[in-house]
Structure formats: structure tokens, C-alpha cells
Ligand binder design. Structure first.
Ligand code: BTN
Length: 250
């Protein structure tokens, strides 16, 4: 992927491309603070040296092997951002792979229970315009065997339909950005999200800021929160958390 090949498929969408960068999210946040680029603007890197994941984890983006993109979005209703981003990735990659692309609440994209992509949403404080968010998406395209990503991680290359040739990362970037913007259109997104979530009906353990909740994930509420029924029958509406899904479907 190069600046030119990316610009060719972006159809005029403002974009900053970097062969090597610490973090597309960090650069996008700075861009918003310094220059207020239009909603829909993109930061893309071929390699990240300090990619950031949720809960302050590191996110690896080796050169030539992944997608690291951040979309700058004006958004009055941030509840829709995680569903829109997850569905955008799932819809973009589904036609390319064998296997079901599923979403794990709130922000992971999985194939066969292994993580294909992660999403990091950050609010940028700004008073001059509608609330601005940076939606960072990291997608594993072709992971080098020399790097240890662990068994719970997968890539597009592992599942790619054999009739397809090389995966063109710039096309995936363009399609994902387009889908993400189009998906931000109202509460009906929650119904589509629920259809793709692999979390509902499953036994889960959710680590939240002050402990953890164990039980069955029964629903997503109108705020996009996961509803978990614990073993005492009490319902918990969780707005953020790290979810472990037990292997058995209930
Ligand atoms: C997670 O699952 O923990 C979220 C990972 C998000 C990684 C992406 S890669 C592009 C963008 N820039 C970053 O530094 N992080 C996000």
C-alpha cells in the first residue's frame, strides 16, 4: 500500500498516509486538535511502532501485513460508533473469507472465535464543532509466522477464499471507511449488531472497572450496553468491559 494506491481508491476522501507511524489514532487526535479536518478524514499507516489497543494494551501492526486506520468522525451519538465500526469491518471482509465473521461485544471482530480485528474509539475534546471521535481499526491481513500473536488471533489470509488473489489493503480501507460512515444512521443499527454478535446467549465473564460479572449475556439494550443475567437472576447493564466467552453455547 502506498500513498498513491490509497488515494486512487479513496475518491477524494481526505487522508494522511504514513509508511511508519507510532499510532494512527494518536496522529488523528492531533490532526483534529490542530486543523479540524472534515468528518470522514482518514489516517492510515503501513506499520505502527506504538499501536494502542483497549485497556492500554499494545497493538501490533507489522509492515505490509495489517491494516491500521483511524477515521475522524463528527458524531452526536457515540452509542452507534462501536456497532457501526464492527459491522463495517464485518461487511467488508465477509465476502472475502470462508467462515462466519462475528462480532464480540463491544469491539472485536472474530472468525471462529479468534480475533481478526480490534477497534479503539477515542473522544477528542473540542468545543468548536459537534463532538469529534477517532475510530481506530486494526485488522490482521497476513500475520508473519515469526511474530507470536497467540492462538486467539487470526488473519484474513488464514481464511481467504482461494479464488481470490492478493488482498488489496487499500480497497479494504476505502470500503471500511465508506461502510462506517453509512452505518451511522440511527438506532436500527442495534438490531443489525445483535444479529452479528456472537456474545448473546453465551456464558460470559465481563471484567469491569470495579470487578467482574459472570452470567449469561441475554441482550443489548437501547444504549448499546450488554445485559448480563448473573447466577442470582440479577440483570447488569454493562457499558464497557473485557469479555471472556465460555466455549459452550447455551
Ligand atoms: C483492541 O482490540 O484492543 C483495539 C485495537 C485497535 C488498534 C487500532 S490500529 C489503528 C488504530 N491506531 C491505534 O493505535 N490503535 C487503533
Amino acid at each position: 500500500m502506498t500513498e498513491t494506491s490509497l488515494a486512487e481508491v479513496l475518491g477524494g476522501r481526505p487522508c494522511r498516509f504514513f509508511p511508519r507511524l507510532e499510532s494512527t489514532n494518536s496522529t488523528a487526535v492531533e490532526w483534529v486538535k490542530n486543523e479540524a479536518p472534515p468528518s470522514g478524514s482518514l489516517v492510515v499507516a503501513d506499520e505502527q511502532t506504538a499501536g494502542r489497543g483497549r485497556f492500554n494494551r499494545r497493538w501490533m501492526t507489522p509492515a505490509g501485513a495489517s491494516i491500521a486506520m483511524s477515521v475522524i468522525l463528527d458524531c452526536n451519538d457515540p452509542r452507534y460508533l462501536a456497532p457501526a465500526a464492527g459491522l463495517a469491518v464485518a461487511d467488508t471482509v465477509s465476502p472475502l473469507v470462508n467462515g462466519d465473521v462475528e462480532l464480540k461485544w463491544p469491539n472485536d471482530v472474530e472468525i471462529d472465535g479468534k480475533k481478526l480485528a480490534g477497534i479503539l474509539i477515542e473522544a477528542v475534546s473540542s468545543t468548536a464543532r459537534p463532538p469529534v471521535y477517532v475510530v481506530g481499526i486494526g485488522m490482521n491481513v497476513e500475520l508473519p509466522p515469526s511474530l507470536d500473536f497467540g492462538r486467539a488471533v487470526t488473519s484474513l489470509a488464514e481464511h481467504r477464499l482461494s479464488v481470490l488473489g492478493t488482498i488489496q489493503r487499500e480497497r479494504l480501507v476505502a470500503e471500511t471507511a465508506e461502510q462506517l460512515e453509512n452505518r451511522l444512521n440511527g438506532p436500527e443499527i442495534f438490531a443489525h449488531w445483535k444479529e452479528r454478535l456472537n456474545t448473546l446467549g453465551r456464558r460470559v465473564r465481563v471484567v469491569v472497572f470495579n470487578g467482574s460479572i459472570e452470567g449469561t449475556a441475554v441482550d443489548v439494550d437501547g444504549e448499546g450496553r450488554l445485559v448480563v443475567r448473573d447466577d442470582g437472576g440479577q440483570l447488569h447493564h454493562l457499558s464497557a468491559g473485557d469479555v471472556t466467552i465460555s466455549s459452550d453455547r447455551l
